[in-house]
Design a protein around this ligand. Structure first.
Ligand SMILES: [Zn+2]
Length: 342
């Protein structure tokens, strides 16, 4: 995997619409800024139009003791990405933009697809930092250490690109023929709007009981991913894991292990997943500022664990998280249908 070919491939994604039918004849111009967490949802937890966001700095991530900074951002900017032209954005995501999330298979597919497309876009946005980091390695006083680091970084990035491209093709085919049978979801309904919102995408490695689900060790072995959405509903809120995969695959088993937890452990488990495995997370300023220093540090430590270390088996199973002021009222799970062998 050469760095030049990766950069070339990723740059193609950065301004063009990601819709499978995208092209000069079908798109309404270039890709526009759209929200991955809807703006009206962000407004539900905002104070004076602002929420706290996690803004990791790719250049600092390798540093010892790195803690991702959490900063106030305006809701117009928070969670935005440039993935689709205005026409394809409106057409593709109407069922999760204009309707309440139930969820059903189609909405589960769309939530997962948008999370994937955001990551495809984000990985091309990471490229200037990757180039910069590789440049600084070439000037490092310890060339052997620097070469190892650079190889790891390129390898990590290359694997990610290969996996994203693999999934993007599959999702595009399903979207093109309106076939959502391979989508599954787990949903937990809340009596209150949660104080943090999330639209994340990550490959599960261990489940919520610490069992191994899959390994991320080859660019040709496509790992399963899940999207985590934490969002308000007209009354209350919703936590939902959505994915496309096999009924006995890593994502289905992750969701089942979450479904098996008692209600008092479920919220903490979802928070650990959001904070360790994803970074597209937004906090209510009143809630974040109301936490003790210890509680805030717990959350920040989880973000930095996710960035700098391989996942511990018990990472999602145990660990102190702040108490959420929410009550689970109902849970639902729907596994994907098995693949049809033709
Ligand atoms: Zn388009």
């Amino acid at each position: 995997l050469g760095i030049d070919s990766l950069i070339k491939a990723a740059k193609q994604h950065s301004v063009e619409c990601l819709h499978p039918m995208a092209g000069n004849a079908t798109c309404a111009g270039r890709a526009v800024r759209a929200h991955s967490v809807r703006e009206p949802h962000l407004r539900r937890i905002a104070r004076k139009g602002h929420v706290y966001a996690l803004l990791p700095d790719f250049r600092q991530e390798e540093a010892e003791g790195y803690q991702a900074p959490v900063k106030l951002v305006g809701v117009r900017k928070a969670s935005t990405f440039t993935g689709f032209c205005s026409k394809h954005d409106a057409e593709t995501f109407a069922r999760i933009e204009r309707e309440a999330i139930l969820p059903d298979r189609e909405q589960a597919f769309l939530l997962t697809y948008r999370a994937l497309c955001r990551e495809v876009w984000a990985s091309s946005a990471d490229l200037p930092f990757l180039e910069e980091a590789l440049g600084s390695f070439s000037r490092h006083p310890d060339p052997v250490w620097a070469a190892t680091q650079a190889t790891q970084m390129v390898c990590h990035f290359g694997y990610k690109c290969a996996w994203y491209n693999g999934w993007k093709q599959r999702f595009d085919e399903m979207l093109s023929c309106d076939d959502y049978r391979r989508a599954g979801y787990f949903a937990a309904f809340l009596a209150e709007c949660p104080p943090f919102l999330c639209a994340g995408w990550a490959p599960p490695v261990h489940d919520f009981a610490g069992r191994v689900l899959q390994r991320l060790d080859s660019p040709t072995n496509l790992p399963e991913y899940v999207a985590l959405s934490v969002l308000p509903r007209p009354s209350g809120g919703l936590l939902t894991l959505t994915w496309v995969g096999d009924p006995d695959g890593a994502s289905s088993r992750l969701a089942q292990s979450l479904h098996n937890l008692s209600e008092d452990r479920l919220l903490g488990a979802v928070m650990r997943f959001a904070f360790i495995k994803t970074e597209n997370v937004y906090f209510s300023p009143d809630w974040w500022e109301g936490l003790s220093d210890d509680e805030r540090n717990c959350v920040l430590d989880m973000f930095s664990i996710g960035i700098t270390h391989p996942e511990r088996p018990q990472a999602l199973a145990n660990g102190v998280v702040p108490q959420l002021p929410c009550q689970v009222t109902k849970t639902e799970i729907e596994l994907p249908e098995p693949a049809v062998i033709s």
